[in-house]
Design a protein around this ligand. Structure first.
Ligand SMILES: O=P(O)(O)OC[C@H]1O[C@H](OP(=O)(O)OP(=O)(O)O)[C@H](O)[C@@H]1O
Ligand SMILES: O=c1cc[nH]c(=O)[nH]1
Ligand SMILES: [Mg+2]
Length: 209
């Protein structure tokens, strides 16, 4: 399974700022979006391009443009919405399909409550957005929704990923590519990533600390 841990200094610096206890909602939200932009840069490095000649200031210039990329962003409600503005900065024409899943805090199993995907998913590359890949249950359920809709090319962007979640994904959907700012140490006994970020949804939406 392709797993890219983005070691770029800007990513590591901004993730380090996110890990501080006591960030304001504004600070955490801005950083989540900025790291998402940088992960997008990595996750789109393999987009096909084609040659095109444009009228430049000194005459015709042969340049390159992206060829036929059909991208659907798939933020997982709720926390994934915090990454959406940063990804749209780089791919402003992307379609957006939204899925809603919430982890039951006792069983740690995902409970789905919403799904609205783009049409013709079989032609599209999906970029799943979620700050946290913990047990992997939420991601696996999302991948299964996308595959059921016909999607064949799926990448996931996560601020932080736990080894447990990566192993679970590899066992079920090793064709999915993962881009993350950090593969962290482990999950704690209530399924939170260590050192992690805490509850990303609560921090992005300012609901609880
Ligand atoms: O890998 P897993 O163990 O499934 O956990 C990860 C999920 O948990 C968090 O969402 P949460 O359920 O807290 O929902 P929220 O975004 O509404 O806060 C997080 O944003 C992921 O979606
Ligand atoms: O560490 C974690 C795990 C799941 N969800 C979060 O927001 N944080
Ligand atoms: Mg949450």
């Amino acid at each position: 399974m392709k797993v890219v841990e983005v070691r770029h200094p800007l990513v590591q610096h901004k993730l380090g700022l996110m890990r501080r206890a006591g960030n304001s909602t504004k600070e955490f939200r801005e950083l989540a979006s900025e790291v998402a932009t940088l992960l997008t840069y990595e996750a789109t490095a393999d987009l096909a391009t084609e040659s095109v000649t444009v009228d430049g200031w000194a005459g015709p210039v042969e340049t390159r443009r992206i060829k036929g990329a059909k991208i659907t962003l798939v933020p997982i409600l709720r926390a994934g919405l915090g990454m959406l503005p940063g990804v749209l900065e780089l791919i402003p024409s992307a379609k957006v399909g939204v899925v809603g899943l919430q982890r039951d805090e006792h069983t740690l199993l995902p409970v789905g409550y919403y799904e609205k995907l783009s049409g013709r998913m079989e032609e599209r590359t999906a970029l799943i957005l979620d700050p946290m890949l913990a047990t992997g249950g939420t991601l696996i359920a999302t991948v299964e929704m996308l595959k059921a809709a016909g999607c064949r090319r799926i990448k996931g962007l996560f601020l932080v990923a736990a080894p447990e979640g990566l192993r679970a994904l590899e066992a079920r959907h090793a064709d999915v590519e993962v881009y993350t700012a950090s593969i962290d140490q482990r999950l704690n006994d209530v399924g939170y990533i260590l050192p992690g970020l805490g509850d990303a949804g609560d921090k992005i939406f300012g609901t609880r600390y």
